[in-house]
Structure formats: structure tokens, C-alpha cells
Design a protein around this ligand. Structure first.
Ligand code: NAP
Length: 459
């Protein structure tokens, strides 16, 4: 081994340790930021180690790639708003997976014939996972951005078509594994994997998107791990495996939060019931004035805020913290109920509230806050909709039936802050808004909360 390859292995070891600590850090909101810095450090070490230790054919393309990647990355970091973070994350998965697929094609072109069967097997996985994750993530990003139809796209015989495509793809991979000179089988597997990515994600929509996102994250990680096996690169194997399995664990947790079976989501809606969704919503929505809402809050003993996607779009996290502080100064007990899929990405509400310095001790997970709600005088729903929709609990025919919710309708009264009659991500009507205990305070969440805080001061 040369000195440079020793250096490379040492930086890979450091990078791997940093990745492990990074994951540990990201498991809690308080240490998540530190975790991200550690991950960045690990990635930097891995890149420097590779550039110094590996055999570089030409620097030109590396510099072009570095500049292009940095410009796109900086653009995404600076200009993409926080509310579009899920689409941005889906795009990142697509880029990572496309990189894995392209490296795989390169390896096939250069070393395809002389690869061992083990390496060829890994190459097959890399190509399949990389390609299907690329198109799957692009479809997910398009759905989340609203560029393409966001609802589940289901058609007669879909399960058979999907299963058939999957089996053909696996069959071609097997053929290529046995016959390394089967160029047509290789490129057909590549093409079918791209198509399978689309088929995998189009039947998924409404409230299931968070699970798909974390699953695609997992696939992208596993594609990178397979790339590591093909290239004989340890840090790619370790980082890809960590990413793949942490993404998978997150998918399982998200499934639990959505009350969905992992196998159902794993196979892209195989076995999904194409039922006619119905809603229990009906009647009239009762509007409340700002002063009446402020009065209710000021004289309450316990208030629970339930934030959702609207809090993120309105950037109302600072305004809600200020209102919470004012209420606490008046002796009101204030809590925040956090649904695991509120907003548009895992931990979305935690990140926003942490940014506004809302203490962690005030944040209650869904299972902790639900028993508190019957004793709560006012539950304030801030731009949340699906995560408080009682149809998920009461209506087996609802599209989101079985998804656990924050049961604000069990509180003594509910004030909903939203701009108008807009529906949530699932596109369903919400019977909560028509219940006798509920009143609506219309307007942008940030402006409503700011005005509420002013009104509370005058009570
Ligand atoms: P939601 O169901 O999407 O509802 C958000 C509500 O906020 C809308 O009804 C909208 O009504 C209101 N709103 C929007 N902008 C607002 C503003 N500026 N001020 C006040 N209100 C505003 O949100 P959610 O209850 O948080 O549920 C999250 C949904 O997203 C779930 O279905 C979940 O499955 C899905 N999802 C989650 C993730 C994740 O990882 N967390 C990822 C992808 C999808 P108006 O238009 O009337 O104002």
C-alpha cells in the first residue's frame, strides 16, 4: 500500500465514524444541527480522501462536477423555501440515485466482462435501485411540488402490471448475472427499472407521501452501498448502508404513525383498496371574532396548540411562541401537540418550533397529548388539517381511515386558524370544522397569531 492509499483509508475511517455520530445526533431535535455538521465533515473527509488517494484519470471532469454540484447545492440551500424542503429532499434522492446508476453504467462499460459474479450481482442491484429511485424520486418531487397530479393514480390491473414489471426487471438482472456479455439484457434492465420507479410511486398519494419519501431515501442509500461493493470502496458501503437502513427504520416508524402496513407501501400500493372515499363533513362552519378568541385563550386554564403545514407556509413559529409566552405569563398552561406527519417532512414542526426557541419541554408527541385533550379548555389548530381530521378515526370509508390523529375534537373548544376553505394534503373535507365545539378564525396564521397576541394583552 502506498502512503496516499493509507491516507485515503484513514480519512474513510474518520468519515465513517463521523457518519455514525451524525446519525446519533440526528435522532433528537436538540442535537440534530450538530449531527448535520458531523455528516458534512464526514462527507468532506471522504471526498478529500478519495481525491488524494484514488487514481485520478482526469481532473477536468472532477472540477466541472464539483463546480456544477456546488452551484446547484448552494442554489437549493439558499433559494428553496423551508416549505418546499420535501421536494428538495426528493430531488436530492434522485441525484444520489442517478449518480449510483451512472457509476454502474460506467463500471459495466469499462469492467463489465471481467467482473466476478459477486460484483456483477452488486452491479445489478446498483442499477436497479439507482434507476428506480431516480424516476420514483422525480415523480415524488413533482407530486409534492404540484407539478404533476398528486392524488394516487390507480388503474385496473395495476397490481399485475407492477408485479410483472418487477419480475421482468429481476429476470433480466438474473440473465445479466449469468451472461456478462448480455448487453441488451443489461440496458433493458436499466430501462425497465426507470419505468418501475414511475409505476412504484404513481399509485401512492394523499397522506402516504411521507412514507414514500423515507423509503426512497432508503433505496438511494442501498444503491450507494451496492456502488461501494462494485467499486470496492469501504466508505460508500458504510455510508450507503447507514443511509439505507436508517431510511428503512424511518419508513417503518412513519408507517406506524400512519397506521399503514409496510408491505403495502413497500410494493407501491400493492393491495391498496381503491375504495370510494366518503366524508362525515357537513353543516355550517362557525366563525369567531379575534376578540372572542383572545378572550377564550386568556381565561383558559390549559391551551394546546396543534401546528400543521399552514404554520410552515405562514412562517408563524415566532408568532405562536410569543402568544404562548403571553398566555403562560397569565398562568395558562400551554402545550404543543406534535403529529409525526404534520407539515411536509418528518420532524417539520419540531424544526420550526426549535428555530423559534419553543422549549422542548412544551412539545408533546401525539400519544402524550391525546390523553390531555379532554382536560384542555382550548385547542388551537394552526394550519393543520389532515392530522386533526376525525374521519380518520370515525369513518372507515375515508381515504385516511386508520391514520392516528391528534384528537382536538375531544377538547372543550377548538379554534382553527386557516385562511379559508382550503383542504389539506389529502384533499379531504374535514368534519372537525363543522363540529359545535369548533370555531374558525380565518386569515394567514402568522397575522392571526400576531393579532391574537395583541388582543390577549388587552384582555
Ligand atoms: P394539511 O393537511 O396539508 O393542511 C394544511 C392546512 O393549512 C390547509 O387546510 C390550509 O387551509 C392551511 N394553510 C395553508 N397555508 C396557511 C396559512 N398561511 N395560514 C393558515 N393556514 C394555512 O397539513 P397537516 O395537517 O400538517 O397534515 C400534513 C399532511 O401532509 C398529511 O396528510 C401528511 O401525510 C402529508 N405529508 C406529510 C409529510 C411529512 O413527512 N410530514 C410529507 C409529505 C406529505 P387554507 O388553504 O384554508 O388556509
Amino acid at each position: 500500500m502506498t502512503l496516499t492509499s493509507y491516507f485515503m483509508e484513514a480519512t474513510y475511517l474518520i468519515a465513517s465514524i463521523l457518519f455514525i455520530f451524525a446519525l446519533k445526533g440526528m435522532s433528537h431535535p436538540e442535537t440534530a444541527r450538530r449531527g448535520m455538521f458531523l455528516a458534512e465533515g464526514g462527507m468532506f473527509a471522504a471526498i478529500v480522501g478519495t481525491l488524494i488517494g484514488a487514481h485520478i484519470v482526469t481532473w477536468v471532469w472532477i472540477i466541472v462536477g464539483l463546480l456544477l454540484g456546488s452551484i446547484i447545492g448552494a442554489w437549493m440551500a439558499i433559494w428553496v423555501p423551508m416549505t418546499a424542503m420535501p421536494q428538495r429532499t426528493a430531488l436530492s434522492h434522485a441525484y444520489g440515485a442517478l449518480a449510483a446508476a451512472l457509476v454502474g453504467i460506467g463500471e459495466f462499460l469499462v469492467h463489465g466482462q471481467e467482473m466476478s459474479m459477486v460484483t456483477r450481482g452488486a452491479l445489478g442491484f446498483e442499477i436497479m435501485l439507482g434507476s428506480l429511485t431516480t424516476t420514483g424520486s422525480l415523480i415524488a418531487a413533482g407530486k409534492l411540488q404540484g407539478i404533476i397530479y398528486g392524488k394516487p393514480v390507480q388503474f385496473r390491473g395495476q397490481n399485475i402490471v407492477n408485479l410483472g414489471t418487477f419480475l421482468v426487471m429481476i429476470g433480466l438482472a438474473g440473465f445479466f448475472w449469468i451472461h456478462p456479455d448480455a448487453v441488451i439484457a443489461f440496458y433493458s434492465m436499466l430501462g425497465i427499472a426507470f419505468v418501475f420507479g414511475v409505476l412504484l410511486v404513481i399509485p401512492i398519494g394523499s397522506a402516504d407521501m411521507p412514507v414514500v419519501m423515507s423509503l426512497l431515501n432508503s433505496y438511494a442509500g442501498l444503491a450507494s452501498a451496492a456502488t461501494g461493493f462494485v467499486l470496492g470502496n469501504n466508505v460508500l458501503i458504510i455510508a450507503g448502508t447507514l443511509d439505507g437502513f436508517s431510511g428503512f427504520i424511518l419508513s417503518v416508524l412513519m408507517c406506524k404513525a400512519m397506521n399503514r402496513s409496510i408491505t403495502n407501501v413497500l410494493f407501491g400500493g400493492f393491495g391498496a383498496v381503491v375504495a370510494e372515499s366518503t366524508s362525515n363533513a357537513g353543516g355550517v362552519m362557525r366563525e369567531i371574532s379575534l376578540d372572542d378568541a383572545a378572550m377564550q385563550l386568556a381565561f383558559a386554564s390549559q391551551v394546546v396548540f396543534v401546528p400543521g403545514y399552514g404554520l410552515a407556509t405562514a412562517q408563524a413559529q415566532h408568532a405562536v411562541r410569543e402568544l404562548a409566552e403571553l398566555l403562560e405569563e397569565r398562568g395558562v398552561t400551554v402545550r404543543f401537540g406534535i403529529h409525526p406527519v404534520a407539515g411536509r417532512m418528518p420532524g417539520h414542526m419540531n424544526v420550526l418550533l426549535a428555530e423559534a426557541n419553543v422549549p422542548y419541554s412544551s412539545l408533546y408527541e401525539m400519544d402524550q397529548i391525546n390523553p390531555e385533550l379532554p382536560q384542555t379548555d382550548v385547542a388551537v389548530v394552526i394550519g393543520a388539517n389532515d392530522v386533526v381530521n376525525p374521519d380518520a378515526r370515525d369513518n372507515p370509508k375515508s381515504l385516511i381511515a386508520g391514520m392516528p390523529i391528534i384528537e382536538v375534537d375531544r377538547a372543550k373548544s377548538v379554534i382553527v386558524l386557516k385562511r379559508g376553505q382550503g383542504r389539506g394534503f389529502s384533499g379531504l373535507e374535514n368534519p372537525l370544522f363543522f363540529k359545535p365545539c369548533t370555531s374558525m378564525l380565518y386569515g394567514d396564521a402568522k397575522s392571526s397569531l400576531t393579532h391574537l397576541a395583541q388582543a390577549v394583552q388587552h384582555v
